[in-house]
Design a protein around this ligand. Sequence first.
Ligand SMILES: C[S@@+](CC[C@H](N)C(=O)[O-])C[C@H]1O[C@@H](n2cnc3c(N)ncnc32)[C@H](O)[C@@H]1O
Length: 191
Amino acid sequence: MWFAWLMQLASRFHEPMVAERKRALFAGLSGRVLEIGAGNGVNLHYLPAGVEWTGYESNRHLAAKIAVPQGGELIVDSYRGQAGEFDAVICSLVLCSVKDPGEVLGGLFRCLKPGGRFLFLEHVAADKGTRLRAAQDWWLPLWRCCAGGCHPNRETSVLIAAAGFDIKFIERFDLPLGLAGPHLMGEAVRR
Ligand SMILES: C[S@@+](CC[C@H](N)C(=O)[O-])C[C@H]1O[C@@H](n2cnc3c(N)ncnc32)[C@H](O)[C@@H]1O
C-alpha cells in the first residue's frame, strides 16, 4: 500500500522527465509484448496501436490502478511465460528493484522469440570511483528498506549483457534525482 502510494507520487515527477525518451524507445514495438513490473500502467500510453500487451505486476495495489488495454492481459500471480512467446519485453525502473536480476533477466531472455527485443529504461549505478557512487553504496541498506527493495547502485547494463543478450544500443543520461539520478535506456536482442 505504502509503496503503491510512493510510486504514484514518484511517477508524477519522473514521467515528464523521461516521456520523450520513452516515446522514441517504444515507438517501433509490434506483436506480442510483455511488460514486467508494469507498476500503475505508466508505460501503456507509449505503446503503438495494435500491440498485444501482457503485463505482470505482483503488487496488487499497483495492479489495481492499471487500465488494461482492450485485448490485453494483466497477470498478478507469479508468472513464468512460455519459451519464445513474445516479440518484445519492456520494463522501466524494475531491474533496480528485483531481488535476483540474473534470474529475472534469464526468464525474460527465455520468453523472447529468437531475435526478440528487450527495451528498458532504468536508473543505475553511477560510475565507479565517483562521489555519487560512494553515496549510492553507503545509502543502499536504508534506501532498499524505504524504496521497495530498490538498489541505487545496480550495474544493469553489465547484468543484461551477462544474461546473454546482444546490446544494440545504450544511452546514459542524468536526471536531477540524487542517488537515483544516473539513468540508461536501451535495446538488447535475444540471439
Ligand atoms: C519502481 S517500480 C516501477 C513501476 C513502473 N514500471 C514504473 O516505471 O513506474 C518497480 C516495479 O518492479 C516490480 N517488481 C519487483 N520485483 C519484481 C520481479 N521479480 N519481477 C517483476 N516485477 C517486479 C514491482 O512490483 C514494481 O511494480
